[in-house]
Design a protein. Structure first.
Length: 110
């Protein structure tokens, strides 16, 4: 895994029943895989310790998949009681992480 985030956003996370904390959520640079696919590892800090990644046929699609995975992880947590703030508390809408068309799962993944 690359050691520096390729893209990221500062976030304040408010987990239910725990103290809020600051975290940068993001995606590491896409890297080629042996099977000629591409992979972007995600970083969600203390929000999620398990490994997550976006996979794609090229750097572009892997990066898009990674961004969608970050949105999915945060949207799921919000649905179970988490709260998130972005831009120094100016927004708490995880949907602002992706344009509306980016929030739709590809056909066959619903």
């Amino acid at each position: 895994m690359v050691s520096q985030l390729f893209i990221g956003r500062d976030c304040k996370a408010y987990p239910p029943g725990r103290e809020p904390f600051e975290v940068k959520v993001g995606i590491y640079q896409p890297v080629p895989q042996a099977d000629h696919s591409w992979r972007c590892d995600l970083y969600l800090g203390d929000i999620l310790k398990d490994e997550r990644c976006g996979l794609g046929v090229d750097e572009w699609s892997a990066l898009q998949a990674g961004m969608q995975m970050v949105w999915l992880e945060l949207a799921f947590r919000k649905s179970v009681g988490w709260h998130f703030e972005f831009w120094d508390g100016q927004s708490d809408d995880v949907d602002e992480l992706l344009p509306q068309w980016g929030q739709c799962l590809p056909s066959g993944f619903e």
